[in-house]
Structure formats: structure tokens, C-alpha cells
Design a protein around this ligand. Structure first.
Ligand code: ZN
Length: 261
């Protein structure tokens, strides 16, 4: 009878799942949102550094002294107010006018594509984009996504065993495991939440660094008016619809409290 050992395996898996979720609870900066982070931050940083190296090894790095000076100047001002000495912040410019985007990897590794620069226009516009990316890194959104994947995999594996086992007890155990996660919301799509959170953290960071937070709205106006037909990459991964603009607007009064030009 394979039921016995399988049941035990399912119970162990559920227990592990619940244990991981409880152990991995963290709080996001600025918003105070509860997060599940199962991976130690050090491991996350190591993965981030490797991924950064790999992506940049395949990209054409910009050596334009003017652009590089601007990105480093603005990036370092944002990094300073990010108050995260464990991260070695790095800001790289990728020479790619067709890519209207920027990204951040765990550990503070940021890259900006030259294609977004006509829209960021000046230091303040660039400050919002870089601060938004720094916000993703600070809130460990990469680690959060990895944790979600891990939990889904573990849950799926347990579910497969339960189905094969056809034991109602096993299914109950799996539901319990899922229930723990679902209560904390890990089954919900986070991307929108994470984007909103990166906007919230970003707009406060830009203000703290001495850039007018209202310039973030002007950046979005430029992005939306410049691309009416097919949306640029930054907008496809970062939707600039009415909801986002409305949410951004709502953060302005809070951000202005930190803005002392
Ligand atoms: Zn983003």
C-alpha cells in the first residue's frame, strides 16, 4: 500500500510549506505590506549580481560621457537616500535607443536603456525612473517573485501526490498548506501591487533626494503622448493608465513632505 508513506510525505510537505511561509514573513519599506521572502537576502543578492553580469555581457554598454555622468549623478543621489548600506548600488547605461525601459535586480543593480532618456528629459524625470527601480530592489520584489514560484512549485508537487494518492486526508493537508499561503495573499497576482509599491517608494525617494516629485507625472505625460500607437516597453511592463496616474497623484502630498529643494 503506497498510501502510508505518501500521506506522510504530503503532511511533511504541507508542514514545510507552512513553516516556510511563517519563517519568511517580512515587511516592505514605506508601504508596510506583508511579504513572503523565503530566500536569505545574501543569496538573493548573489543571484542578482550574476544575472546583472550576464545581461550586461550581452548588451551594448553606453560610453557616452554626458549620459553616463547624468545617470551616475542622479542614481547616486537616489542610492544615498535609499539608506541600504548592504547594497553596492550600480547604475549602467545600455546603448539601445529602441528599448524604452529600465530594470533593477536584487542587491541594487540598476540599468537604464538610452531609449527612455528622451522621455525622462531631465534629472528630475530620470530621478523618478531610477527611484522606481531602486524601489523594486529595496522592497526585494525579485526575491518575492522567486518565493512565490517556490511556493507554487511545492504546492503543485504536493497536489500531484495527493491526486495520485486519492486520499482525502492528503488533499485536506494540501488545502491546509495552500490555505496558510492564501491567507497571506501569495496566490494573488503581485505584479500590479509591486509596481504600485515601487512607484510609492520611488516618488518618496526622489523627493528625499531633492527632486520635485510632481515631475514624475510630467514624465508619464511625455511617455503617453509620445506613444499612442504601440506602447513602449516601460509602459507594457509598467502600465501608465488612469489608475496608475491617479495612484501616483495620491502619493504627491506625502512625497512633498520630504521635498526640501
Ligand atoms: Zn517597475
Amino acid at each position: 500500500m503506497p498510501g502510508g508513506p505518501m500521506k506522510r510525505y504530503v503532511f511533511l510537505l504541507s508542514f514545510l510549506l507552512a513553516f516556510l511561509v511563517i519563517l519568511g514573513c517580512a515587511t516592505a519599506p514605506v508601504t508596510g505590506r506583508t511579504q513572503i521572502l523565503l530566500m536569505p537576502e545574501g543569496e538573493e543578492i548573489a543571484l542578482g549580481i550574476n544575472a546583472y553580469k550576464e545581461i550586461l555581457s550581452k548588451a551594448k554598454i553606453s560610453h557616452d560621457p554626458g549620459i553616463n555622468a547624468q545617470v551616475k549623478r542622479v542614481g547616486m543621489r537616489i542610492a544615498q537616500v535609499a539608506d541600504k548600506p548592504e547594497y553596492s548600488w550600480e547604475f549602467t547605461v545600455v546603448d539601445d535607443n529602441a528599448t524604452i525601459n529600465a530594470f533593477a535586480l536584487p542587491g541594487g543593480k540598476v540599468a537604464v536603456y538610452t531609449g527612455i532618456l528622451p522621455y525622462t528629459k531631465d534629472d528630475a524625470g530620470l530621478a523618478f525612473v531610477l527611484a522606481h527601480e531602486v524601489g523594486h530592489a529595496l522592497a526585494r520584489h525579485g526575491g518575492e517573485r522567486m518565493s512565490e514560484q517556490l511556493l507554487l512549485q511545492l504546492g503543485q508537487e504536493g497536489l500531484n501526490i495527493a491526486i495520485a494518492d486519492k486520499s482525502s486526508q492528503a488533499i485536506q493537508a494540501i488545502n491546509l498548506g495552500y490555505g496558510v499561503g492564501a491567507t497571506l495573499g501569495f496566490m494573488l497576482p503581485f505584479s500590479r501591487t509591486q509596481e504600485l509599491e515601487a512607484d510609492h517608494i520611488g516618488i518618496i525617494l526622489m523627493a528625499k533626494a531633492g527632486y520635485d516629485p510632481r515631475e514624475a507625472l510630467k514624465f508619464f505625460e511625455r511617455m503617453m503622448s509620445g506613444h499612442t500607437k504601440k506602447g513602449p516597453a516601460f509602459l507594457s511592463t509598467h502600465p501608465a493608465d488612469e489608475t496608475r496616474i491617479k495612484d501616483l497623484n495620491a502619493f504627491i502630498p506625502e512625497a512633498l513632505q520630504y521635498y526640501h529643494p
